[in-house]
Design a protein around this ligand. Structure first.
Ligand code: NAD
Length: 350
């Protein structure tokens, strides 16, 4: 089955969870992460071409539901995503998502996709795309604090893009670390489970924090962070939910996706409104410096931005070509006579 050219068709290709899993295995997970990072990087390089807005969030005491829209001249995309740290204790995912891509020309959707798996892949690809530029040269060891749903994806992306081979693991729940080790055995890592976060960061050139807790948590304190490391902080991603002590932010050079959103949701929500940050796209564009010396602490305050999801949907759409990993979804009412919507409804009775 060929992927349809949907602008002239009434049905929308839909990528279900099972088809997304097949697509990832068809491509190979590390290849998928590396290709996806290239798509995200190419969209970061043309950052000024996008319509941008902080995400639209509906908060409750236990979580958040968000819409993340963006568009360029030809395509429009959005993702629906939630973040509910208490879900995991109830046997549910902390983060679930789906997303849609549409043509700017006609407004017709061209792809609807599951994005729970795709969000983990795009978050990891983004983290590694940033670390590829900012991490110290020759980095081969990463501390991974928080060994939940995102963690394996983070590890594999850092391996595929940055050459990470040694992982130092910590989670408040040792079961999470055991699950991680089960999943990652035989995939080319040396794995070191640790009893404390202090032990986990020993000798690590990259520190990834991906914990989930709806509070101002202090996963890392200032005295734990040595000169020269790159911190990839992705768990603090909504108001009232952070992972780092503010003193770390004062010592580090902080890189962000979209400042109006990160100042609301990221680690820097703890800092004054004029706290200096660098937009990462500018480093790629060569208009802002990245890492300039071996003692510098670089910090990616990653909250996840709509352009990363847009790039991920673009990538999936491209890779669907010549596969059968989608179902045609009868989602758009499309009468032969565009003005006769009612007639189409009536004819369906017979
Ligand atoms: P998860 O619930 O599956 O895993 C979180 C893990 O953190 C759990 O194993 C938990 O035991 C552990 N943890 C909690 N507090 C800890 C602490 N103080 N020290 C060590 N470990 C601790 O969640 P997930 O899906 O892996 O997501 C992790 C975080 O990443 C969430 O906060 C989520 O909102 C965020 N996230 C961010 C992005 C982004 O783009 N920045 C994307 C997806 C998810």
């Amino acid at each position: 089955m060929k992927t349809p050219q949907p602008s002239h068709l009434a049905f929308v290709p839909f990528v279900s969870v099972s088809n997304m899993m097949k697509l990832v295995h068809h491509i190979g997970i590390e290849r998928f992460l590396a290709d996806l990072a290239d798509y995200i990087e190419s969209d970061f390089r043309r950052w000024p071409e996008f319509e941008k807005t902080p995400r639209l969030a509906a908060h409750s005491p236990v979580g958040v539901i968000e819409l993340m829209p963006t568009s360029d001249k030809t395509l429009y995309g959005f993702k629906y995503v939630n973040g509910h740290p208490k879900n995991m204790r109830e046997g549910l995912q902390t983060v679930t998502a789906f997303g849609l891509l549409a043509e700017m020309d006609s407004g017709y959707p061209v792809l609807l996709s599951e994005m729970t798996i795709l969000t983990a892949l795009r978050t990891a690809a983004t983290s590694a795309m940033v670390a590829r530029v900012l991490a110290p040269e020759g980095a081969d060891t990463m501390a991974l604090i928080g060994n939940g749903a995102q963690s394996e994806f983070q590890a594999l992306a850092m391996k595929a893009l940055c050459g990470i081979r040694k992982l130092r693991l910590y989670d408040i729940d040792p079961e999470a670390t055991s699950k991680f080790i089960r999943n990652m055995k035989g995939l080319g890592f040396e794995l070191y489970p640790c009893k404390t976060p202090e032990e986990a960061i020993e000798g690590a050139q990259i520190i990834t924090t991906c914990t989930a807790d709806k509070q101002y948590a202090t996963i890392l304190t200032d005295n734990m962070v040595g000169a020269g490391v790159h911190i990839n902080a992705i768990g603090g991603d909504c108001p009232g939910k952070t992972e780092l002590h503010p003193d770390i932010l004062k010592r580090a050079d902080v890189f962000v996706e979209y400042p109006p959103q990160t100042r609301i949701e990221g680690e820097i929500q703890q800092m004054p409104a004029d706290f200096p940050v660098t937009e990462f796209w500018q480093v790629l564009a060569g208009t802002a410096p990245g890492r300039s010396n071996a003692r510098q602490i670089t910090l990616f305050d990653g909250v996840g931005f709509a352009i990363e999801d847009f790039a991920a949907l673009r990538y999936v759409r491209h890779r669907l070509h010549d596969t059968t990993y989608y179902e045609p979804l009868d989602m758009i009412a499309d009468p032969d006579d565009p003005r006769d919507l009612f007639g189409m409804l009536q004819r369906s009775r017979s």
